[in-house]
Design a protein around this ligand. Structure first.
Ligand code: SF4
Ligand code: SF4
Length: 479
């Protein structure tokens, strides 16, 4: 009979890639995307830009004016529903995998302090602070601070590019005296990033970030997160959340099948300084460093990790597989799809010019023409804005109700007029008729009309309809 042996150590862990390495790759992707997105533009329209100085929103290469910010609530709904849905599905996965705070801390602590300068001994031990009693470490700290400050300037500039497009940003910073708000914003962001990343550290995630407060109400037993498996590892904490075992022998004397070695690798690696064996805690940012740590420890013994990326249902309650596509998640997906469709539909109905029509207070004027005809004038003020990037010539048609077609004509302006990009042009418009539109002796008649305004050189794209009225006097005034 052949004897089977359980693989242990390197053999057991062969082919295993720690979550930490996968996270680094993901951080790289997030960083590249956040740096590149502000530069992506087509015909001067950005993929995303919320320009405060030009009062424009650019979304998917379409420009919207601030008057068109009815789209913003939909964008915010997508953001919030997306974050809530992801939290129900994967806990604070955003914190561990995408949040700039976490990425910045990894860059500063793991790359600059640990790998580059050797201020910290090991990435796997985040509890041991550098020894600043040594003069050499004091100097290294200054170097670390300078390096991070340089990176903080890049991060601050990158953030500003979402509000001031890069092409303007670099022009503005060459004249700092003329752009004190921009320069001040950059300096404030840099100051915050230096304080936050070097001094506040993960205390931001634990005490400041509001997201950690809402997450717990979103969790259910299928939410996936870092979970210690007490069914295999044994209970290290009692019901009052007090630690009762620090040595493996003590644990084994009470629970001989307990597998936790009490090595505390999962504790020392934790950036928020918690012990995952105590159960779900608000401080956990789902970075999965503890999963890596235990995978390595238990892998050397030929066993699977005791800290899993799993759900309470699967690991704690042993009620079967995690249900990813549960009604709650499907509900979030459905709402997201609906809001996205509404956003796309509203975005596609974008008008490439803005037009407000105000009717003059005086309802009408009645005049006699040289040919002896009676003419009725109505006056209006048009506020027309060219929301495109190039000059256009604009004009309009008057669409009268059935039976009156062509009887209401344009007196002013007599010909198309030019409007520069972004400019709001005020135009006095006079409409007139020489026809007897309505024969009513008792009262004036308000006739509904449609003003169809358009860019003469791009009528197929730049065209809008606005409803207005033409007031026709009572018949006795015309005699
Ligand atoms: S317990 Fe600590 S190490 Fe583990 S996932 Fe949470 S924050 Fe990361
Ligand atoms: S790393 Fe694993 S074995 Fe070590 S203390 Fe944590 S849970 Fe126990």
């Amino acid at each position: 009979m052949s004897e089977t042996t359980t693989p242990q150590g390197k053999e057991y862990l062969a082919g295993w890639t720690p979550w930490r390495i996968k996270r680094y790759w993901f951080y790289g992707l997030v960083t590249v995307l956040s740096l590149v997105i502000p530069w992506i533009q087509v015909d001067g329209n950005h993929l995303f830009l919320l320009s405060f100085d030009k009062l424009k929103l650019h979304l998917m290469f379409v420009q919207f004016d601030m008057q068109e910010l009815y789209l913003m609530p939909f964008l915010l709904m997508i953001l919030f529903i997306g974050v809530f849905g992801i939290t129900v599905l994967g806990g604070r996965v955003f914190c561990g995998w995408m949040c700039p705070q976490t990425i910045f801390r990894v860059v500063y602590r793991d790359l600059i302090e640990t790998k580059l300068l050797g201020l910290r001994k090991r990435i796997k031990n985040k509890q041991q602070e550098p020894d600043y009693s040594k003069a050499e470490n004091k100097l290294k700290r200054v170097v670390a601070l300078l390096l991070w400050t340089g990176l903080a300037f890049i991060a601050a500039a990158d953030l500003m590019w979402y509000f001031v497009p890069p092409e303007d940003f670099f022009a503005y910073i060459q004249n700092p005296a003329e752009h004190p708000v921009l320069i001040g914003s950059i300096l404030v962001i840099v100051g915050f990033l230096v304080y936050d990343v070097i001094f506040l550290k993960e205390n931001f995630c634990v005490y400041v970030c509001p997201y950690s407060r809402i997450q717990s109400v979103l969790y259910d037993e299928d939410t996936v997160m870092a979970i210690y498996n007490p069914n295999r590892g044994g209970d290290i904490y009692n019901e009052n959340k007090e630690k009762v075992f620090t040595k493996q022998n003590d644990l084994l004397s009470v629970n001989p099948s307990a597998e936790c070695t009490t090595c505390e690798s999962c504790v020392t690696v934790c950036p928020t300084h918690i012990d995952i064996r105590k159960g779900l805690q608000l401080e956990c940012i789902n970075c999965l460093e503890c999963v890596d740590a235990c995978t390595e420890v238990m892998g050397k013994l030929g066993k699977p990790t005791l800290v899993e990326w799993s759900s309470e249902k699967e690991t704690l309650f042993r009620k079967g597989k995690t249900d990813y596509f549960r009604p709650k998640i499907l509900g979030y997906i459905a709402v997201l799809v609906i809001v996205s469709i509404v956003l796309a539909m509203m975005g596609s109905k974008k008008e490439y010019m803005l037009l407000n029509i105000n009717k003059e207070n005086r309802l009408y004027s009645i005049n006699q023409t040289e040919e002896g005809k009676t003419r009725v004038d109505n006056a209006y003020t048009f506020l027309l804005q060219n929301t495109l990037n190039e000059d256009h010539e604009y004009y309009f048609d008057v669409i009268a109700p059935a039976g009156m077609e062509g009887k209401i004509k344009i007196d002013q302006p007599a010909k198309p007029f030019k409007v520069k990009p972004g400019i709001v042009k005020k135009k006095v418009v006079v409409l007139y008729t020489e026809e007897m539109l309505v024969n009513d002796d008792r009262k004036d008649t308000v006739i509904p009309i449609t003003i169809r305004a358009y860019a003469v050189d791009a009528k197929d794209k730049v065209i809008v309809d606005r409803q207005s009225t033409f007031t026709f006097p009572r018949a006795d005034l015309l005699k």
